[in-house]
Write a protein that binds this ligand. Structure first.
Ligand code: PLP
Length: 384
């Protein structure tokens, strides 16, 4: 786009769109072609082929995502986990060490604990909320530092500026999973992170109908990650590119409603006598509230909480809800609920979960765009 100073709301709609429009099409057409006629390309990664992430659908989406995130470049992948694992493998090799925040999405935590050591890559978890002991976790072979903007499932917000400073001081590549914040609540690249990762399955797409991932960064970093991705093969299909391209256009409207709803729901839960604890960084009582106010442009739409009761009463409560759908994922227009121990964090052992502070009774609630009053009414009847 010619004017880079326009609002992100406008970029969501117009950035990356083909100019001129393809045959006048207002909506980006799907190029469902695995390969394209040879056009004199001179390098392997400029040959047009879906696995090389360079079809017209990929190019338009990469441009839109980069501009929305205020970065040079972006890359879409076949899932959030594909974005995460490919980026990690782009920067880590046998003999290296990674520092990662101690509470992460279960799939990421499991990959760090159980897969990376098989490639000779060592790890240490650290508390990204408290810089006091970070130096003690650093090793001469530490190459990467990894955090989530709002952690899954406890909704903690690390000291993000301190993570960036620490990475720069010690020459580490800083990676952040920005899924829960989306590029609208936090811009990792503008704040000095090297790589921002997303499960685009969640807010970016927003409609619970595809699995996709995104890697965002400087052109140099994206070229490095892309060269790993074309070997590992986690490319996004053009049809899924089309759905992500369509979904992302309404990100701003969805996030605005979802964050607003989440605040009301978190306050309702905090005041309810049957709720023991609510994790939502928008609450003044939350341990991440100050960090969230300092770093984020909103508090997000993920809430987790514990009822006064056992696992059976948590499940009975979930089953009594009429609108929240009991499902593993999050970030869709519909409200979704899960017990992370059963789904997103089930790959972790009981002791790993205990160390991370994830109890068996914890309930995670992904707030949708329904009316907040209806959602609160539903929670109320299920609690009573
Ligand atoms: N990152 C976070 C924070 C997640 O919650 C998830 C999935 O729930 C992922 C990454 C993995 O994404 P995907 O399921 O698209 O592979």
């Amino acid at each position: 786009m010619t004017n880079k100073n326009i609002s992100v709301d406008t970029k969501l709609i117009h950035a990356g769109e083909p100019n001129p429009r393809i045959k006048g099409a207002v909506s980006m057409p799907i190029f469902q072609s695995s390969n394209f006629e040879y056009g004199g390309e001179t390098s392997y990664d400029s040959i047009r082929y879906i696995r090389l992430n360079n079809t017209p659908n990929h190019i338009a989406l990469h441009q839109k995502l980069a501009e929305v995130a205020g970065a040079d470049a972006a890359l879409v992948t076949s899932s959030g986990m594909s974005a995460i694992t490919t980026a990690l493998l782009a920067y880590l090799k046998s003999g290296d060490h990674i520092m990662a925040h101690h509470t992460l999405y279960g799939g990421t935590a499991d990959y760090i604990v159980h897969d990376l050591p098989k490639y000779g890559i060592d790890f240490d978890f650290f508390d990204a909320m408290n810089p006091a002991n970070w130096e003690s976790k650093l090793k001469p072979n530490t190459k990467v530092i990894y955090v989530e903007t709002i952690t899954n499932p406890l909704m903690d917000v690390p000291k993000l500026d301190a993570v960036v400073q620490f990475a720069k001081k010690h020459n580490l590549v800083s990676l952040i999973d920005n899924t829960f914040a989306s590029p609208l609540l936090y811009s990792p690249i503008k704040h000095g992170f090297d790589i921002s990762l997303h499960s685009a399955t969640k807010y970016l797409n927003g409609h619970s109908d595809i699995v996709a991932g995104v890697v965002i960064g400087s052109q140099e970093h994206i070229t490095q990650v892309n060269s790993k991705l074309i070997h590992l093969g986690g490319s996004l299909d053009p049809n899924a590119c089309f759905l992500l391209h369509r979904g992302i256009k309404t990100l701003s409207l969805r996030m605005e409603r979802q964050c607003e709803n989440a605040m009301k729901i978190a306050r309702f839960l905090e005041d309810h006598p049957k709720i023991l604890r609510v994790n939502y960084p928008g609450l003044e009582s939350n341990r991440s509230h100050e960090n969230a106010k300092k770093y984020l442009c909103g508090f997000g739409a993920m809430v987790s909480f514990e009822l006064d009761g056992d696992v059976a009463s948590a499940d009975a409560f979930i089953n009594r809800l009429e609108y929240a759908i009991n499902a593993a994922s999050l970030g869709g227009v519909e409200t979704l609920i899960t017990r992370p121990v059963q789904t997103s964090h089930s790959l972790m052992s009981t002791s790993e979960r205990k160390k991370a502070g994830i109890s068996d009774t914890l309930i995670r609630y992904s707030v949708g765009i329904e009316s907040a009053d209806d959602l609160i009414g539903d929670l109320k009847q299920a609690l009573e």
